[in-house]
Design a protein around this ligand. Structure first.
Ligand code: NI
Length: 270
């Protein structure tokens, strides 16, 4: 049975909550201050750029639901390519999908990633809920650590599989806060850890987008040979500014997203 886009987004939200202990209380915090309404600006998804599980495969159910391809972005230092998708119904969140350029990693990492993706069945990829289906492969802690040493992003996808990486509170739709600094302060006052890589606020009114995010809390994940506590997912906050035509800017800013990716880095606190 095919899910409506709203049902798919709700399935993704429930899957995300399981990996993000901070998300539900933060959502509730803003819901309480805003008559129960918190608008989601975008959802981010991650994958490898191998054909079987590529960005385009992740995007398919969204495109089938009417989402349209928008701008794309390069993150050379992190070996990532990304594109976002937007629905003509602007009440639906944008979907930001990134993929790791596997061929740019050292041979040992490429070998591990190819062996993981080889375990994925085409049938699974064709499922509408593939993007929130979890980890479809066996993985041991040595391979996880080998990937983490080269790419935090690679190790995150290897450990968690296909799951939303973050949801994003739209500050523009909040009545309680109209600036990102006071919103960050509220989160800090409530003892939530924020990503300070590149400063608490990424971007500026000049680039038409300001973003901040929590740091992904460590959660216990099962591997073939044991359990590790590793970063799960994070919650993001975005304020958009109007373009010359008065419409709110809907795109992303590569320099800011580059720092936001680090919200799931295990090494960030050292
Ligand atoms: Ni984001």
């Amino acid at each position: 049975m095919k899910l409506t886009i709203q049902q798919l987004l709700e399935t993704m939200w429930q899957d995300y909550l399981a990996l993000t202990p901070d998300a539900k209380p933060i959502h509730q915090l803003f819901a309480n201050l805003n008559e129960g309404t918190v608008v989601n600006d975008h959802i981010a998804l991650r994958t490898f750029n191998l054909d079987k599980v590529s960005l385009d495969k992740i995007a398919r159910p969204f495109v089938e639901a009417g989402y349209q391809e928008k701008d794309d972005y390069q993150f050379p230092a992190k070996k990532l390519y990304a594109r976002y998708f937007q629905h003509p119904d602007y009440t639906l969140p944008k979907v930001f999908i990134s993929e790791l350029k596997v061929a740019e990693l050292p041979d040992n990492c490429q070998k591990i990633i190819h062996s993981l993706v080889a375990q994925v069945s085409e049938n699974l990829v064709d499922q509408q809920t593939f993007c929130c289906s979890g980890r479809p492969w066996q993985l041991n802690t040595d391979d996880y650590q080998a990937l983490a040493a080269e790419s935090e992003y690679a190790s995150w996808v290897a450990a968690h599989g296909f799951r939303p990486n973050h949801f994003t509170v739209s500050i523009n739709h909040l009545h309680s806060h109209n600036d990102i600094h006071s919103l960050n302060q509220l989160l800090l006052d409530n003892s939530y850890a924020l990503n300070s890589s590149g400063g608490l606020v990424k971007g500026s009114p000049e680039v038409l987008l300001e973003q901040s995010s929590t740091l992904a809390k460590e959660i216990e994940v099962n591997f073939d040979d044991g359990v590790l506590a590793i970063p799960g997912c994070y919650y993001e906050f975005a304020r958009r500014y109007p373009m010359a035509d008065g419409q709110l800017y809907q795109g992303f800013v590569a320099a800011s997203a580059d720092k936001i990716f680090e919200s799931t880095d295990a090494s960030r606190e050292t």
